[in-house]
Design a protein around this ligand. Structure first.
Ligand code: ADP
Length: 490
């Protein structure tokens, strides 16, 4: 274990209250809830348990900042400048932010430091560059009229995020909202509120005006639902489970919120006969085990051509058995604990189901250690399409291997899921790759790669995996309204 890295765990927890109108405030109810270190099961800190009353204060602050505060009048370039400053501050504090992320979430410190934080910083910079480049068009219409559109901010954005990529989800949500000129009421996940609260403080310190960013930690059915129902909030951007999105859709009916959803998946990762098997095995390994398997786009259904099954499985098994599971702050750790007891129990129950339904557990299948929510990287072979480990999103380090014979069959089976977030294909045949990309109904298709993300590349789902896209230019659309202006010229 590296003492250099461990020293960073001593990072002080400064912010556990609600951040509303530039102030740190306890929940109006006075209630708090614990946030747990999933590696030790110890309480890290007690956090304000915001609910409807706090969301109301946050919504009012965000509304005032949007309607009459300096934000609305601010030059778009200055708005972008503030975003760059926030990204710079994050870069200056990257080690303590990464440590805080690892403490609260359990992901390896090396991943927080080298993957999550850099991607989040990059995302904010990407959208900072957009702040002064959001504009409408001039439109030739009949008669003697001048017609043009304005792209205006949608208003107050309610943002509800999950626990699997806490810092990155903040950047994905704040980036386009701030660039577009919206103000924000964010509810971080109850499992991982700490980095979001820290980022709110950094935003304050670099000069974001009061009320532009508000953060209300708390639980989904109370604080989250209050964001969804609040009449002063114009839109809700949500990342999480499809069942929660269904509740949000119902709860938002009264106020007709604009909604964007990024939900779950059961993504097919398809390896054809002609694929580079070493690369495909590596892609299958990373595509599922990254982030303890807690990725909405995890390649959890790995389909390999039957002629390559044995060879592929051998390679995949070798990689998986070498995976280093343990203290997320220790150097060399590749896999930390699952985020909490509920996720751990759910994953262990799916492992039992896989065994009971007749799949073969070729490696893993058990808990690691006795403290902390560690699960051994697990591969099931001989999986059939109708087994629950092949149909349900497990959100853990459990990979299912299935086989196929031909193209038509595999495209049908790849699509045979109510999700449609991502898919991958491994082949040297360019035509086949493009045909797969065109015919598989998913928001992202990776060809001979997996989990390649970039702030410029849109991400989101078909079917029950959501609607709307985040990232890229498309990600801005969710935060703008189009206004048509027509001027009589005589
Ligand atoms: P997970 O099971 O991965 O935690 P959820 O969809 O339950 O996924 O949670 C994602 C986010 O949605 C969290 O911030 C959670 O608090 C919030 N949430 C849960 N239920 C609701 C709800 N009814 N309304 C609004 N937000 C909710």
């Amino acid at each position: 274990m590296s003492t250099e890295v461990l020293a960073k765990v001593d990072v002080e927890i400064h912010h556990t209250d609600c951040f509303i109108n530039g102030q740190w405030l306890p929940a109006k109810s006075g209630k708090t809830f614990p946030t747990i270190n999933p590696a030790t099961e110890e309480v890290i800190a007690m956090v304000a348990e915001g609910d409807a009353a706090d969301v109301d204060a946050a919504a009012n602050a965000a509304r005032n900042a949007f309607d009459s505060g300096p934000w609305r009048e601010m030059d778009a370039r200055d708005r972008g400048r503030l975003m760059y400053l926030l990204a710079d501050r994050m870069e200056q504090e990257i080690e303590s932010l990464a440590a805080l992320e690892t403490l609260d979430n359990g992901k390896p410190y090396q991943d927080s430091l080298n993957v999550d934080l850099p991607l989040a910083i990059d995302c904010l910079r990407y959208y900072a560059g957009y702040a002064d480049k959001i504009h409408g068009s001039t439109i030739p219409i009949r008669g003697n009229h001048f017609c043009y559109t304005r792209k205006e901010p949608v208003g107050v954005a309610g943002q509800i995020i999950p626990w699997n990529f806490p810092v990155l989800m903040v950047a994905w949500k704040w980036g386009p909202a701030l660039a577009a000129g919206c103000t924000i009421v964010m509810k971080p996940a109850e499992q991982t509120p700490l980095t979001c609260l820290r980022l709110a403080q950094l935003a304050k310190e670099v000069g974001f005006p009061d009320g532009v960013i508000n953060v209300v930690p708390g639980f989904g059915p109370t604080a989250g639902a209050a964001v969804v129902k609040h009449p002063l909030i114009d839109k809700v951007a949500f990342t999480g489970e499809h069942r929660t999105a269904q509740t949000i859709t119902r709860d938002s009916a009264e106020t007709l919120k604009r909604l964007t959803f990024e939900l779950g998946g059961k993504s097919p990762n398809v390896i054809f006969e002609d694929a580079d098997l070493d690369a495909a095995a590596q892609g299958a390994y990373v595509g599922l085990f990254l982030n303890q398997g807690q990725c909405c786009c995890a390649g959890s259904r790995v389909f390999v051509h039957e002629s390559k099954h044995g060879e592929f499985l051998e390679k995949l098994k070798r990689l998986t058995e070498q995976r280093k599971v343990g203290d997320p702050f220790a150097s060399g750790t590749e896999q930390g604990p699952q985020v909490d007891r509920a996720q751990f129990d759910k994953i262990m129950s799916y492992i039992e189901k896989g065994k009971n339904e007749g799949a073969t557990c070729v490696t893993g299948g058990q808990r690691v250690g006795e403290t902390g929510f560690f699960v051994a990287p697990t591969i099931f072979d001989g999986v059939q399409d109708d087994m629950s480990i092949a149909t349900d999103e497990i959100f853990g380090p459990v990979l299912s291997v299935l086989t196929f014979k031909d193209k038509e069959e595999i495209i049908r089976r790849a699509n045979d899921t109510f999700y449609g977030l991502a898919a991958a294909v491994w082949t040297k045949d360019v035509a086949l790759a493009h045909e797969f990309a065109a015919r598989v109904r998913a928001g992202t298709i990776w060809v001979n790669c997996y989990d390649v993300f970039d702030a410029a590349a849109p991400f989101g789902g078909f079917k029950m995996s959501g609607h709307g896209r985040e990232l890229g230019e498309e990600g801005l659309k969710a935060y703008t309204e189009s206004k048509t202006v027509t001027v009589a010229l005589q």
